[in-house]
Design a protein around this ligand. Sequence first.
Ligand SMILES: [Zn+2]
Length: 215
Amino acid sequence: MIYPRQCPVCNTILGHGSPSICDPCVESLPNGHIEGSHSLIEQILVPLYGITSGIGLYFFRSDNSIQRILHLIKYQNQPNHIKSLVNRSKLQLCEVLKSVDTIVPVPMHKSKIRKRGYNQARLIADEIGMVISKPVFPLLERSKKNSSQTKRNRLDRWQRVKDDFQVSSHVQNPEHILLVDDVFTTGATTAACIEKLRAQWPNLKISVCCLAITD
Ligand SMILES: [Zn+2]
């Protein structure tokens, strides 16, 4: 049985070949911080690591449309919404990303990719790569499975993910990496990735872009 495609926000039936979220709904999504604003990512990661830019494409609030769409992307096998979200974000206008030479997705452990079928951060990175015309390299790998973090406090989370990642490739010498993840919450995961990348390339410029950010 074939079900008609529906917009995940308003349930309108979508035409063949149209984007996975209808135009009025995608226009109504809460814009995050693209450039020149003091995003939560920058508030946390500039003092610690001197990151170049911290971009959060949409605001994530409990029970808003972005929260629901992210749930579909992560848990309901609907990664096709990533394209609609990234395409509409106007990232190509972002001046700071012009000097990026490498886009790196935050990795997922192999066993989790097998279970889900994809790493959504990789798919987000691929879409961003198409929008800003930059190459994606999975330079990091996740060597440990992350246990559920929901009940842990902030410091505990930061300490636990610290050694979860490894730099998996030494083939090139990047100058400005754009690290990509799905949601920015405590910053623990992103920080752990930045530490591994800087251990490999101490003078590396790093920017961060997450599909969703809390405000
Ligand atoms: Zn809609």
